[in-house]
Design a protein around this ligand. Sequence first.
Ligand code: ZN
Ligand code: ZN
Length: 128
Amino acid sequence: MPNYNICKTCGTIFETERGYRDFCDSCRVPYKKPEVLPKPQLKYKPRKCKFCGAVIKQPKKAQRVCDECRTPAKRKSNAERFRAIQQRVAEAQRKAQPQKPALTIEEVNRMALSMGLTYGQFMAKYGG
Ligand SMILES: [Zn+2]
Ligand SMILES: [Zn+2]
């Protein structure tokens, strides 16, 4: 048996088969699931992939390697490449350091004389 209700919004008398309703069909607000907002994710500044230099636009946490370089196969070759680069850098640094020139006896003698010392005195003071 149909019921007659008056819409609380527009006042229209409408028929409904299921009990009492406050609003007519056109005023009824369809039930909406509350929107689930995605959790705000911590944003990290874009940084460069340490292997290929590609910019990681949205790095996760401490991500330093782009997705492409993170595949296992790449990871291995990259690790090797990275080691090679480190070695090259270390080598370059070693070469860049001026090496103590080995003095010849004559040079030592000259220095000793210029300081008023004998070779023996000079070596005792500065040698070894
Ligand atoms: Zn209505
Ligand atoms: Zn990369």
